[in-house]
Ligand binder design. Structure first.
Ligand code: TEU
Length: 514
């Protein structure tokens, strides 16, 4: 059985957005090394039975990519139509929301040709014109290049936004101002995904997973149903917004987040793929804060137990788990105090936007301590040497000062460490098909402290109990034939009397029922 590793992008990039602005799709970013290094990495991974999935960032390129440098030279340049241009004499184009633009506008005026170009993300990330068959051919040829090298698949960056209505009408009223939903329903999106499958993906033994920005339970099957011959999997964003104040940028609701809402979202998405298709599950990635800070509790007395509890959740759901580097150590948010410490364009540009508007900068920075993307991007903590053993150079982001305690070297030798618990859970999931393919059934849905569910397959049934709270919590275990068989417990103590278990704060238990 192959493990799968998804590396975020390694392509040549001026790094305006952490590499998600690619200037050469067949080049390796110099900060990471050379193509020879990449080939050696891929060979070594395959020798260790690990597959490598790269990031396909083709909704947009960098503005330093030769395609765009040519495209902006003149209105008749052969690459002009590789991007979306709106000639200024037609007046201002209809508003389009930009995720990173300080003014929030996705149109940038370019005096060279007296025209505007479209950029859903930063102005250094112009959107590629997928309506142009030459652009699609360029991208498919580039995918061939990497698949011929032996790369095992692509995670596809905001692939849901690649198709645009190039008449650029006002946002249709039915979207009620929700640009993300509109961006995810471009007119020819699924025609292009089918074409990509037919011309590329179907030719190789590879996986394809969509970053499903704006994808809903209603539209998900269009991407992944096998008979549609588009993609293998997608990940949705519905859980990621939980607990944020509506209309505010990544500001946590002081009332906290509701576990019943959390359970509702993940149970709903389990049911989306209950009969066909296959889902994914994640709680962290390079666009999210650290899992244990966001969904667990990173206070010293709870960090390890809650990190293990969240690992138990991810590895016992009926979906492919996407597990983010560092979460297996229980790495938590670094919580910068100063804007100067941030490197992420999303945080920096939003801060500048607020500055221009005279907004509350302290309130914003407080919020970013919990929700900023840079919290999930601090260097990996290998050991307690300088820079946590990550580099002898100067890391791009400060290392979390708690690396002296939280690091691989310390956790390798501790059988009860977060790392070794992660390994035990991976082995257990692999050994019990009911944890992978078993029917998922939510129990006690209104319980605001415990997330309880069963996984059942071929007369085998396992109960999963996850205490998401800081309090001792009783839970009645369904009657079983014979004595209770506890398969996994993330803490040392266990208190079960007559089928009533008293769960410690953040305790996670797997109990065989059949
Ligand atoms: O992310 C798209 C995306 O949805 C995030 O930008 C998210 O919307 C944003 O963080 C909202 O707060 C992908 C990549 O994962 C991200 O790293 C890139 O910045 C972005 O696309 C542009 O390539």
């Amino acid at each position: 059985m192959f493990e799968c590793l998804h590396s975020t992008h390694v392509f040549t990039s001026p790094n305006d957005d952490n590499g998600y602005d690619i200037s050469d799709y067949r080049g390796i970013m110099k900060e990471f090394g050379t193509m020879k290094d990449f080939d050696e990495l891929l060979k070594g991974m395959h020798q260790r039975k690990i597959k490598l999935v790269l990031d396909l960032v083709v909704n947009h390129s960098s503005d330093e990519h030769v395609w765009f440098r040519e495209s902006r030279k003149s209105r008749t340049n052969p690459y002009r139509n590789y991007y979306h241009w709106w000639n200024a004499e037609k007046g201002k184009p209809s508003h389009r929301y930009s995720f990173f633009d300080v003014e929030g506008s996705a149109w940038k005026y370019d005096s060279t040709t007296d025209a505007y170009y479209l950029h859903y993300f930063s102005e250094k990330q112009p959107d590629l014109n997928w309506e142009n068959p030459k652009v699609r051919k360029e991208i498919y040829d580039m995918m061939h290049f990497w698949f011929k090298k032996g790369v095992d698949g692509f995670r596809m960056d905001v692939i849901s936004a690649i198709s645009k209505d190039t008449t650029f009408p006002e946002l249709p009223a039915k979207y009620k101002g929700d640009y993300i939903a509109y961006y995810a329903e471009g007119p020819y999106l699924h025609k292009y995904l089918k074409e990509m499958n037919e011309k590329i993906l179907s030719k190789y033994d590879v996986i394809s997973v969509a970053e499903g920005l704006g994808v809903t339970t209603e539209t998900a099957h269009k991407f992944v149903d096998q008979e549609r011959k588009e993609l293998d999997m997608l990940y949705h964003f519905e859980g990621m917004g939980l607990g944020y104040l509506p209309g505010q940028f990544r500001q946590m609701d002081p009332k906290g987040k509701s576990l019943t809402d959390f359970k509702k979202i993940y149970s709903k998405w389990d049911s989306v793929f209950a009969k066909k298709g296959w889902g994914t599950i994640y709680l962290g990635n390079h666009d999210q804060p650290r899992m244990v800070t966001r969904w667990g509790n990173d206070a010293p007395k709870y960090r390890e137990a809650s990190s293990k509890m969240l690992t138990t959740f991810l590895l016992t759901m009926r979906a492919t788990p996407y597990y983010y580097f560092g979460d297996e150590l229980g790495m938590n948010n670094i919580k910068f105090d100063k804007i100067e410490d941030y490197r992420d364009i999303e945080t920096i540009n939003y801060y500048r936007k607020l500055q221009n508007e005279g907004g509350d900068l302290d309130y914003f920075l407080q919020g970013q301590k919990i929700s900023a993307r840079d919290n999930g991007r601090t260097p990996f903590q290998w050991d307690d040497s300088k820079n946590a053993g990550f580099t002898k150079g100067k890391p791009w982001l400060k290392v979390n000062p708690n690396y002296k305690k939280i690091n691989v070297a310390a956790q390798e030798k501790d059988p009860d460490s977060v790392l070794n618990y992660f390994r035990k859970m991976v082995r257990l999931r692999k050994s019990l098909p009911e944890l992978i393919y078993g029917k998922y059934e939510l129990l006690d849905r209104d319980n605001e402290k415990v997330y309880a569910y069963t996984r059942a397959l071929n007369k085998k049934k396992v109960l999963v109990l996850l205490n998401f709270s800081t309090s001792l919590t009783k839970f009645e275990i369904p009657k079983t034939s014979g004595s209770l068989n506890v398969l996994m417990n993330n803490i040392a103590s266990l208190n079960i009397k007559n089928n009533i278990v008293t769960l410690e704060p953040y305790q996670a238990l797997l109990i065989r029922l059949k």
